[in-house]
Structure formats: structure tokens, C-alpha cells
Design a protein around this ligand. Structure first.
Ligand SMILES: NC(=O)c1ccc[n+]([C@@H]2O[C@H](COP(=O)([O-])OP(=O)(O)OC[C@H]3O[C@@H](n4cnc5c(N)ncnc54)[C@H](OP(=O)(O)O)[C@@H]3O)[C@@H](O)[C@H]2O)c1
Length: 308
């Protein structure tokens, strides 16, 4: 019998990290669709040996940490999720953001080369400026508007064709603080929300993304891959849908424009950065479920008390 594939996950304490580590171990993840496996194969017992490292266990800005992790774990595949993800704070903290997202990724690439592991590095739709006027494909020109987007694009450029770069967007997990929870809380409190309807993107449910990452861990394809749930949305549509999932209908969510946000966010965001996932489907992998279905699962599992 072949030995388990050894997978090292960076940023394992984050919302995607937690879902990925559990998924690779065959542990049920809140918000997951039990039927959805992009390559039609559920994780088998002992298929993977997973070492998920949080920031305290592996700081990707510390080359010594990375070298030690490679020596001890000797991974077959690295899924690099660790990132500075505070998009607005990054505007006034660019050095830290670049240290983690750009040079931290460079260090992981060097670690992957030294250990012979395949690297799956996760990036963002914010590498695009949103002015294309159509869904972004993998080969479109990156032109980030924010420090965060620029730092992730810099990180991508350290990767080679042998690495798999996954661009995802608007990620929401049952576990982890994100906008879906904020909206659900407001809905449950009887409050109302205002969200912009002039930013279009693709929602990604962390549990679905985790299963897509399992597919990439198995296939180790190399190249750039866009991964998100199906269908595009505005933030207003997301808010309205979360409200409906909590039984709040007319009057819960109000649409506003980005220039009406008060205070104005520090970081500029793309107006339209929805990700086209044709390359994924043409490879023969199932599209991620429609975003409304994924968000409904997430909200339902959240209210069942699965939030940790
Ligand atoms: N969330 C989104 O909407 C979104 C959209 C597109 C792409 N992505 C990408 O998806 C990936 C996963 O994001 P996520 O949503 O899971 O974000 P997250 O919840 O913020 O997780 C990121 C993790 O990275 C850790 N981290 C920060 N600095 C680190 C360092 N120097 N060394 C090691 N770990 C460090 C964080 O630890 P601390 O909590 O201790 O800081 C956190 O646990 C990231 O690459 C992100 O850029 C996310």
C-alpha cells in the first residue's frame, strides 16, 4: 500500500486553513456540501498525513522557521494559505503586508524547491483592477489597486510554472470572522444593513474551497487557477441573501454606492473582479456550487452553533 501524501498547510489557524486541515483529515467541516467533490473522490482514510501550522508554529517571514518545517515535515505538497489579509490596514502597514504576502511567499517557494514539494499558493481577485468589464480569466493582466492586492501579486510572481497558484475571492467560512457572520448577526438582532451594489465579485465558501484545494493537492497541476463558487454577486446581493436565509426580507438590506461609505475605506477595491472558472471546468473538475446555495449552508450551520 502506498504511504499517505504528506501535506503541510501554512496559515492553518485561518478560516480556510481550519476547513482545509479538517477536510484533508476526513473530518466533517461545517458548511460543507457532503456530495461535492470536484474530482468525484471523497478523501479516503489515511490518504493524507496533514501538518497544519499556525502563525505561532510557522511564521512565514522567518526563514529559519521555514527551513526547520521543511526538514521536520518533509512535505510532498505545501498549501500556502498564510497571509496578511487586513485589506484596509495594509494601506498604512505596507511593510508588514509585503513581508508576509510577498517575501513570505518567496520563502515558501524556496522551501518547496529545497524539499522537492509541490506548492499550492493561494492568491486573490484583488490582483485585478476591476476595469475589464467581464469575468477575469487566469491570463488577464494583473493591475492591483491596493497594497494588499499588490503584495499578493508580488507573491505570485515568486512562483514558477511548476507551482499551482489559486486565485479565489470573497471567502466566507462558518469558522472565522467574516462579512456573512456580521450580516447574520444584524439580521438576528432585528437591525438593518447597508451594502454596496457597485462592486461585483465571486463569493467563495471556505468549505467548498477546501475541497477544491484537495483536488489540486492530488493533481499538482501547476499554473494559475481561478476557484470560486458559481455565479457573480454584489455585496448588496450577498447581504440580502443572508438576510433572507435568516428570515429577513423586505427592508433588511439597502443598496448604496461605494462613494456613500462613511467612513470611506482606506483601500480601493475593484469594481468588478468576478473570477471566470472555465479553466477549472475544462480540466474536468466540477464547478463549485452556486454561491447562494453555499451561503445558505454556511448560515444554517452557523446558526446550528457550529461557529468555533
Ligand atoms: N478572506 C478572503 O476574502 C480572501 C479572498 C481572496 C484570497 N484570500 C486568500 O486566501 C488565503 C486564506 O485566507 P483566509 O480567509 O483563511 O484568511 P485568514 O483567516 O486571515 O487566515 C490567514 C492566516 O494567516 C496567518 N498569518 C498571518 N501572518 C502570518 C505569518 N507571518 N506567518 C504565518 N501565518 C501568518 C494568520 O494568523 P493570525 O490570525 O495570527 O494573524 C491567519 O491565521 C490567504 O492567502 C488570502 O490572501 C482570502
Amino acid at each position: 500500500m502506498s504511504r499517505p501524501v504528506r501535506v503541510l498547510v501554512t496559515g492553518a489557524g485561518g478560516q480556510v486553513g481550519r476547513d482545509l486541515v479538517d477536510t484533508l483529515q476526513g473530518i466533517a467541516v461545517p458548511g460543507a456540501d457532503p456530495e461535492f467533490w470536484p474530482d468525484d473522490h471523497p478523501v479516503e482514510r489515511d490518504e493524507f498525513e496533514v501538518v497544519g501550522l499556525t502563525r505561532h508554529e510557522l511564521d512565514v517571514t522567518d526563514r529559519g522557521d521555514v527551513v526547520r518545517a521543511m526538514t521536520v515535515v518533509r512535505p510532498d505538497v505545501i498549501v500556502h494559505l498564510a497571509a496578511y489579509t487586513a485589506v484596509d490596514r495594509a494601506e498604512t502597514d505596507a511593510d508588514t503586508c509585503y513581508a508576509v504576502n510577498a517575501r513570505g511567499t518567496e520563502t515558501m517557494v524556496l522551501g518547496a524547491r529545497a524539499s522537492g514539494a509541490h506548492l499550492v499558493a493561494v492568491s486573490t481577485d484583488y490582483v485585478f483592477d476591476g476595469e475589464k468589464g467581464a469575468p477575469y480569466v487566469e491570463d488577464d493582466l494583473a493591475k492591483p489597486l491596493s497594497v494588499y492586492g499588490a503584495s499578493k501579486w508580488a507573491g505570485e510572481q515568486y512562483c514558477g510554472p511548476e507551482d499551482s497558484v489559486v486565485r479565489t475571492s470573497w471567502v466566507m467560512g462558518v469558522r472565522g470572522r467574516n462579512v456573512a457572520h456580521v450580516i447574520a448577526e444584524r439580521a438576528d438582532q432585528g437591525a438593518t444593513v447597508r451594502f454596496v451594489d457597485d462592486q461585483v465579485g465571486t463569493v467563495t465558501v471556505a468549505a467548498d474551497l477546501a475541497r477544491a484545494l484537495v483536488t489540486l493537492v492530488r493533481a499538482r497541476p501547476g499554473g494559475v487557477w481561478h476557484v470560486a463558487n458559481s455565479g457573480e454577486a454584489t455585496w448588496f446581493e450577498v447581504a440580502r441573501h443572508v438576510g433572507e436565509c435568516r428570515g429577513r426580507h423586505d427592508g433588511f438590506a439597502t443598496a448604496i454606492r461605494t462613494d456613500q461609505l462613511d467612513p470611506a475605506p482606506l483601500a480601493r477595491r475593484p469594481r468588478r473582479s468576478d473570477l471566470a472558472t472555465d479553466r477549472w471546468r475544462e480540466r474536468g473538475w466540477a464547478a463549485l456550487p452556486p454561491w447562494r446555495e453555499g451561503v445558505a449552508r454556511l448560515v444554517a450551520d452557523r446558526s446550528r452553533g457550529s461557529v468555533a
